[in-house]
Design a protein around this ligand. Structure first.
Ligand code: PLP
Length: 494
């Protein structure tokens, strides 16, 4: 598999330059090809961003997509134009839904302490906090005896679970996991499984690892979908094997939850973790939901107020249930935002899946048709995936590609190893590579339009054929355009 490298490897990294030196940085024909998305040149103001129009949105109508607050966000490009921001980075963090923002505004009016006050506002806030928990429980299909604990994010949720495991638990995890799912476990009691070559391979690897060892407590950690390739893991098949061989299953649903319905019972998993900020609720809350027994048996994740039952000089007794692990004043706005997002997504699943299916298929087919572009895959061609793709362009460093997509085309993507270093290294295993193994990732969501995907494909085709239209240099912050005259300062929102 080829690896993206820079055309010119001769200069040291800190002073490397590429592109059309001495041309004054005029955009090439690709700049003209995206006229449909271009507006008259004007620097975007903070007001414009705040009040951006909800292009094409029909909030609340049946079958409509839940609109996002960032639709129509104007961004400047190097040629002096202002274009609608093509957000193709939903897998990192998704923009807020309009309904989430409304829920946050409404909750801000009565915002008060949770479970600590008799005042009206406090009672309303406490009730909404617990109703948010119920909404999340419905969203994941929580069973009798499951707890829903509010955390900060998926990383926090899986670290909480790691602390709650019975002492003798052995953890089984594929090396392909995001670091949030790969690293929280006691290394002395963790079995790492290699990156599988197919879905069947994954099942065989897990089965043989579980069958060859016996232990009283075992936990298999899986992700619902790869944050690098978007490919869906065969969760129900793997969970069936785990159950048969006496292991519990924790599902990292950070990527899956924004795109697909989750039902812990039918998937056969014991725990599920996900983040609000990837679920169109970017307000600092996450979830760990699942079996209550280990959680109730563990030491509190944080020691402090709210987690205690009694405190005396002789000792402290602790709550059971979610409160045990939620000491301190909770992120009530984050929990309400997360619940509002769960409600909106659960109500419009069909429309969301249809939208993402169309854009995802176009993305996959469009990238496959470009010479020099190679998409990454764990499970091989034809495997079902979310509308996410990671790829390399022959001869171009991924960091340069993402800088050019942003500066020349107003497109936001990610480059790097996406906190899944072992997976990206395995997929880009090229002994002759001159550049570090990394890739570009594009991820579609509710803020993505057909025009965004077409603009991306045209820009990638142009980059693959002729390279960037501008001159770039590599500095401490990565690749950046030389002579960048865009106004990137917005008025502060406070
Ligand atoms: N798991 C997966 C699959 C992810 O994609 C991410 C974030 O990219 C995480 C876990 C960690 O999420 P957070 O940073 O919200 O804790």
């Amino acid at each position: 598999m080829s690896i993206a490298t820079l055309h010119d490897h001769s200069s040291p990294p800190s002073s490397r330059r590429t592109g059309l030196s001495g041309t004054g940085g005029r955009a090439g024909s690709a700049g003209r090809e995206r006229l449909r998305a271009v507006r008259p040149a004007a620097a975007p103001s903070g007001d414009q961003v705040e009040g951006s129009t909800l292009a094409g949105s029909t909030a609340g109508s049946p079958g409509a997509l839940p609109p996002v607050v960032s639709a129509g966000l104007p961004v400047p490009t190097l040629d002096g134009a202002v274009v609608d921001y093509a957000n193709l980075d939903h897998a990192a963090s998704a923009p807020a839904l309009v309904s989430v923002k409304k829920a946050v505004d409404a909750a801000s009016r009565t915002y008060s302490s949770v479970h600590r006050g008799k005042g009206f506002a406090s009672q309303v806030t406490s009730r909404w906090y617990e109703q948010a928990r119920e909404e999340v429980a419905r969203f994941v299909g929580a069973r009798e005896g499951d707890h829903v604990v509010f955390t900060r994010n998926t990383t926090d949720s899986l670290n909480l679970l790691a602390r709650a495991l019975p002492r003798d638990t052995t953890v089984y995890v594929f090396e392909s996991e995001h670091h949030a799912a790969l690293l929280p476990w006691n290394p002395k009691r963790t079995v790492r499984l290699p990156v599988p070559g197919s879905a069947r391979d994954a099942v065989i690897l897990l089965e043989s690892a579980l069958a060859s060892a016996r232990g009283r407590h075992r936990l298999v950690v899986l992700s619902g979908a790869s944050n690098v390739t978007g490919e869906l893991w065969p969760v129900a098949d793997l969970a069936r094997v785990a159950r048969r061989l006496g292991a519990r299953v924790a599902l990292d649903a950070a990527q899956l939850a924004p795109h697909r319905a989750i039902d812990v019972g039918s998937l056969g998993v014991d725990y599920v973790a996900f983040s609000g900020h990837k679920l169109y609720a970017p307000f600092g809350a996450g979830v760990l939901a699942g079996r209550g027994d280990w959680l109730d048996g563990a030491a509190p994740y944080l020691a402090g107020g709210g987690a205690t039952r009694t405190v005396a000089s002789a000792g402290t007794t602790w709550q059971t249930g979610p409160a045990r692990h939620e000491a301190g004043s909770p992120n009530v706005i984050g929990a309400i935002a997360l619940a509002a997002a769960c409600s909106a997504l659960a109500g419009q699943r069909e429309a969301i899946e249809a939208h993402e299916q169309v854009l995802g298929a176009r993305l996959e087919e469009g990238l496959a048709a470009i010479d020099g572009v190679e998409s990454l895959s764990i499970f091989g061609p034809g495997h079902e995936r979310l509308p996410v793709a990671a790829f390399t362009i022959e001869g171009l460093e991924p960091g340069l590609v993402s800088a050019a997509l942003s500066a020349e085309h107003g497109i936001g993507v990610r480059d790097g190893k996406f906190c899944a270093h072992l997976l990206v290294d395995a997929l880009l295993d090229d002994p002759y590579a001159a550049a570090p193994a990394s890739a570009v990732r594009v991820s579609v969501g509710l803020g993505t339009t057909e025009e965004h995907v077409e603009r991306l494909l045209a820009a990638v085709a142009q980059l693959a054929a002729t390279g960037p239209a501008w001159e770039y240099e590599l500095g401490p912050e990565g690749w950046a355009p030389v002579r960048d005259e865009r106004n990137l300062d917005l008025t502060r929102p406070w």
